[in-house]
Every structure is written in C-alpha cells, then in structure tokens.
Write a protein that binds this ligand. Structure first.
Ligand code: ATR
Length: 274
C-alpha cells in the first residue's frame, strides 16, 4: 500500500496541494497518496485521530487549523515553535511532530525562483497575523539590513516586533508610520486581498529596484500588487511560488527528498491564467 498523506482545511475543495504532491511523487518516484480532507471547524483533533488510525503518515494543515495543529503536536521544530503555527505534521507512533515550512517556502521563492537576495535589504512586512508571524524568523535568518512590521492595528505589529526582538532589532507600527521610509522588499501578509481591499500605504515606500511580494495569489493581479506597481515597485510577485515551495519543503520533511519545483510552478501558473 502507498504511504498516505493529506491536507486538512476548511474549506479545502479547491486546494492545489494534492496536485502539487502528486507531481512531486511522480518526479521523485515516491510511492505515496495525497488527499484533501475537510475537517469540521470544531473537529480537527478528531479528523487527525481518524487519519492516523487509517495509517496516515503525515499531513499539511491550512486555514483555519494551523494554530490548533501547533497545540496538538507533541514535538515541534524550532521554526514551528517560533511561528506559533504548524502547517506540516509527521505521525510516528504516538508522536505528532509539528513543523512549519511556510517561511522557508517564502524565502526560497524569493531567493531561488525570483533571484532576489535578502542580504542587506530593507524589508517591510505588512500584517501582524499568523501569516506574518510564520515568516519573520526565516526572513531574519537571511540577514536583511532591517525588518519593519506594519499593520492596520499598530499595537499588534509592535507586539510582534517585540516577540522577535531577541533575533534582531525590529520595528513595528502603523501603515502611516512607514511614510518617509523606503524599502527594497515589501511583503503583503495581510488577508486584505481576500476581500479585494486595498491597503493605505503612503507613497514613496518602494525603493528603486524593489520587489513587491503578495503572499496571496489569484487569477488576476492582486489589489496589493496593482498598488505596488502604481507606486513604483520594480518587480511584482504573487504567492503561487511560495505555495509550491512550502509544499516541496514539506515533501522533504516527510520523504527526505527535495523535489524540483520549476515545472510544477509553471504548470500551476498556466492553469491559473487560463
Ligand atoms: P492570517 O493567519 O492570514 O495572518 P489573521 O491572523 O486573521 O490571518 O491576520 C489577518 C491580517 O490581515 C491582520 O494583520 C489584519 O489586520 P488587523 O490586525 O488590523 O486586523 C490584516 N487585515 C485583514 N483585512 C485587512 C484590511 N482590509 N486592511 C488592512 N489589513 C487587513
């Protein structure tokens, strides 16, 4: 029997993860099956228990269960502990190992796929929720010159900056407080794009040669990337590459083999714009 993996979420029907992992399995000749599983909003623990009883070897976890997966894990990777959230689980007897590959996926997409080194760069991270928290430590590990977190609710950005202050001196505040500063990389980790909302960013924050990166993706340009382009960002990228790279990192955690991502990403992109 093939080893069994899945992704848990709610909703989950439109997840691209089964197709991504199926492609990775073929490419690396790994004998595995990967399914999408809907868990009830109040039934994540039970869904995990059933999956493990059915022989499940590992799982990805997406909205809204990443914090619950963090609490459910019996052992955490350092990066998951830092993120306060888990997107990758490994089931080994009674042990539930929790990892988080989101930040590694983001950094890999930016540095490898987009060829944009983070060393010495000025980074602005927009948003102070789970998506933002999950990528801070991996971004800092790339040794940027600075990292500032800006959020609609400024107090949450300040608190998040303080939570990582042992790693590097971070700034945290409101969107308005970024006025007069400029950045080499601006990452949108808010969920504003989901509702089609635009962010009230002051003009002038995009330095010459800067990259605007939206962790969201969709058929067309996201509202954040439209704004970034209008405000002079030299390059724009959405989060499809991050999606594929976090999956590749999870695949590596489970199977010890790192799949190539270029072809899978190109195929997903072609389907998205079709
Ligand atoms: P996630 O896990 O996706 O990060 P979250 O923890 O609910 O989700 O956080 C959502 C983030 O998007 C927050 O930073 C939120 O700002 P607030 O902390 O002020 O709520 C931000 N966000 C959501 N909708 C937004 C909007 N329309 N404009 C600006 N920020 C928005």
């Amino acid at each position: 029997m093939s080893d069994l993996y899945c992704v848990f979420g709610n909703p989950i029907a439109h997840s691209k993860s089964p197709a991504i992992h199926a492609a990775f399995a073929v490419q690396t000749a790994q004998d595995l099956r990967y399914e999408a599983r809907l868990a009830a909003v109040d039934g994540f623990g039970q869904a995990i228990a059933e999956f493990v009883a059915a022989g499940g070897k590992g799982a990805n976890v997406t909205v809204p269960f990443k914090e619950e997966a963090y609490r459910l894990a019996t052992r955490l990777s350092d990066r998951a502990a830092r993120a306060g959230a888990v997107n990758t689980l490994v089931f080994d007897g009674p042990e539930v190992f929790g990892d988080n590959t989101d930040g590694a996926g983001l950094v890999r997409d930016i540095t490898n796929n987009l060829g944009f080194s983070l060393v010495g760069k000025r980074i602005l991270l927009l948003g102070a929720g789970g998506a933002s928290r999950g990528v801070i430590a991996p971004l800092l590990a790339e040794k940027p010159a600075s990292l500032i977190i800006a959020n609609r609710s400024a107090d949450k950005a300040v608190a998040l900056a303080q939570a990582f202050a042992d790693m590097a001196p971070l700034g945290g505040g409101s969107f308005a407080e970024t006025a007069g500063k400029s950045f080499d990389l601006v990452i949108n980790a808010t969920s504003a794009s989901l509702s089609g909302a635009s962010l009230p960013l002051p003009p002038g924050i995009f330095a010459p040669g800067s990259l605007a990166y939206d962790m969201m993706y969709g058929k067309g340009e996201t509202p954040f990337l439209t704004l970034a382009r209008q405000q002079g960002a030299a390059r724009c990228a959405d989060g499809l590459g991050m999606l594929v790279e976090q999956a590749a990192e999870a695949f590596f955690v489970w199977r010890g083999i790192r799949p190539g991502t270029a072809q899978v990403l190109a195929e997903l992109r072609a389907k998205l714009v079709a």
